[in-house]
Design a protein around this ligand. Structure first.
Ligand code: UT7
Length: 328
């Protein structure tokens, strides 16, 4: 019998119906489909209705993951929601989801590691499960970024979208599940991607000339250089740590920020582009929701089947990064 690991028992995703295309954005800011496509690979993104928030998206994704796992909400012992767009500071999004789905036996907390959030959540959940504290954990990446995007700023508004993805994890000793993770942070580099909370400094106001300081500001090219480097390094590192090779890996599922970052990481890893999953064209960057939605779609499309080794890898605000090697 193998050690206890968190195994993926079920997956679910939820995306709002409203689609914002590059053609729509051409009417809103000085941009073009050509610029957005060549610089990012994004064609469209989903936008939640005004009265829909991250907890609503998270709730729907959670219900679908529970269905997929054939598990009831009462069986869940812990809920972790990763994201940077909570409905409120408190109650946490995870507590709202706990109420919405009726997971009355679950503890609940939110986790902020920006776009790396789902990988941090997967790693944390695996710790709770492998220690024997919990058997069934629900992890969710949920974002309603459209609420914090300045739609007058062409540098950022073309990039982001809304969505949620969820995974039900269960204790397993059959050799599948999370083999290992690598997590990292560089707080000193955090200034290149910010979204204000309670504190707003002068620099935050200067960077947001349209007046709303509760919006995302980013030095895109700085983030991009960091991203390509950590995506490749962290994928190599996690595989090395768990004693596996890239050849043995069926699929790499990266954070979906920009097709050029994904292609750049593939080049550094010297692996075929089709070994790296991408759906950035359909949804854009949904921060912590990207990785679980991509994972869900990798399974739906048959690119990942039971027994396959895969790597989740991400980077984002903080700055943070992480990777995890899993047998599905
Ligand atoms: O999820 C984690 C966080 N985010 C990311 O990972 C994003 C990482 N960064 C990126 O994806 C890329 O840096 C961007 C897509 C944001 C930008 O691509 P880039 O190749 O780094 O372009 P740039 O920032 O060097 O900007 C080039 C030019 C600028 O014009 P000037 O100053 O050279 O005249 C921008 O003003 O492109 C201009 N520009 C645009 N033009 C048309 C910026 N946004 C747009 C736009 N349409 N939407």
């Amino acid at each position: 019998m193998c050690e206890i690991r968190a195994k993926i028992a079920g997956l679910g995703k939820f995306l709002p119906d409203r689609i914002l295309t590059n053609a729509d954005l051409e009417k809103m800011v000085d941009t073009s489909d050509e610029w957005i496509t060549t610089r990012t690979g994004i064609k469209e993104r989903r936008i939640a209705a005004d009265d829909v928030f991250a907890s609503d998206l998270a709730t729907e994704a959670a219900k679908r993951a529970l269905d997929d796992a054939g598990m009831s909400a009462e069986e869940i012992e812990l809920i972790i929601v990763a994201g940077v767009t909570p409905d409120m500071y408190t109650p946490s999004t995870s507590c709202i989801v706990q109420k919405n789905i009726g997971a009355v036996n679950a503890a609940a907390f939110d986790l902020n590691a920006a776009c790396s959030g789902f990988i941090y959540a997967m790693t944390a959940a695996n710790q709770f499960i492998s220690s024997g504290m919990y058997k069934n954990v629900l992890i969710i990446g949920a974002e309603c970024l459209s609420k914090v995007v300045e739609y007058k700023d062409r540098n950022t508004c073309v990039l982001f979208g809304d969505g949620a993805g969820a995974a039900v994890l269960t204790a397993a000793t059959d050799g599948t599940g999370v083999l290992g993770s690598v997590l990292g942070a560089d707080g000193a580099g955090g200034e290149c991607l910010t979204l204000c909370g309670i504190r707003e400094d002068e620099i935050d106001k200067e960077r947001r000339p349209y007046g709303n300081t509760r919006t995302i500001w980013m030095d895109g090219s700085k983030v991009m250089k960091f991203a390509v480097r950590v995506m490749a390094n962290s994928t190599k590192e996690v595989l090395e740590n768990v004693g596996k090779t890239l050849d043995e890996t069926k699929l790499i599922i990266p954070h979906q920020a920009n097709k050029r970052i994904i292609d750049g990481a593939a080049k550094r890893l010297e692996c075929d582009n089709d070994k790296i999953f991408s759906n950035v064209d359909k949804y854009g960057n949904m921060s912590a929701a990207c990785v679980p939605i991509a994972l869900c779609e990798a399974v739906e499309s048959g690119k990942l089947t039971r027994g396959d080794l895969f790597v989740l890898v991400g980077f984002g605000g903080g700055l943070t990064w992480g990777s995890t090697a899993i047998i599905y």
